[in-house]
Design a protein around this ligand. Structure first.
Ligand code: ATP
Length: 250
């Protein structure tokens, strides 16, 4: 479970996140959408505790910057940052030692197989293609078996097999009670996978809606996204009182 309460993050005069509040239930998958610069990455980085911000964030009731909370979440960053001098398996081992994981090898091997990296285990970080780096990035987010998994644009650079496998993994984790928060620009890529959608624009959550609520209104996520992000007044100015399904922030 993730609770974000009144989180505001400013860069100079820019509100990257402004008074963001929402709760994600255990065993649910939430898709985070928004145009470029909407504040998605800033929000995710606030949740994982690497930024200073105003407001409060708890993971399973624990303050997000506590060591106990950090053990509970996995993070897949938008841009993989691998160690050029560590091999693929050494990356996993390094993480396993940091988290003091014991029985991780079988699961790591399963993930290497599923994401087709099993024959790349001895390759160094800087010998991997962009897609392979992204696959390792994903495996590092998954191998700790997180209770909360945060992924920033995880599908970028993945081949169709890896995208299919990632979707399977998301479905399995959700069924196992993991809370997922996934930012993406590719709305189609998450169809059938999400329970809740958050749509951000200029630092604010403009819609917080469940799939059931949207289905009941007979609208698609894409329609809602464009209704919010392309809602303009007659003189072409963007207006922010667009009809936000689900009543905006919760
Ligand atoms: P994208 O879809 O393009 O990745 P995003 O929704 O993830 O965008 P953020 O990266 O969170 O958006 O950026 C939100 C706002 O904060 C933008 O106006 C951006 O210019 C600003 N911003 C982000 N990081 C910094 C930084 N390190 N220093 C100054 N401004 C920043």
């Amino acid at each position: 479970m993730l609770q974000v309460s009144h989180v505001t993050k400013k860069y100079g005069k820019v509100f990257a996140c402004e008074d963001v509040t929402f709760t994600l239930d255990r065993g649910s998958a939430t898709v985070l959408l928004g145009p470029n610069g909407a504040g998605k990455s800033t929000l995710l980085k606030s949740v994982i505790g690497v930024l200073r911000y105003q407001g409060e964030i708890t993971i399973e009731g624990l303050p997000n910057k506590s060591v106990e909370a950090k053990r509970l979440f996995g993070y897949v960053p938008e841009i993989p940052s691998l160690y050029p001098n560590l091999t693929v398996s050494e990356h996993v081992e390094f993480l396993a030692r940091a988290y003091r994981l014991k029985d991780y090898r079988a699961y790591a091997d399963e993930l290497f197989e599923r994401f087709e990296l099993a024959d790349k285990k001895k390759k160094f970080g800087d010998e991997l293609s962009k897609g392979m780096q992204q696959k390792l990035n994903l495996i590092l987010g998954l191998v700790t078996r997180p209770r909360l998994l945060i992924m920033d644009e995880p599908m970028i650079g993945l081949d169709p097999h890896a995208i299919k496998e990632l979707k399977n993994v998301i479905a399995e984790l959700r069924a196992a009670g993991c809370t997922l928060l996934v930012s993406t620009h590719i709305i189609d890529s998450v169809t059938e996978l999400w329970d809740r959608a958050l749509i951000m624009q200029t630092g604010r959550v403009r819609a917080n809606v469940t799939k059931a609520e949207l289905d009941a209104e007979g609208r698609t996520l894409e329609e809602l996204f464009f209704a919010i992000t392309e809602h303009r007044s007659e003189n072409g100015e963007v207006v922010f009182d667009a009809p936000a399904a689900g009543g905006g922030e919760r």
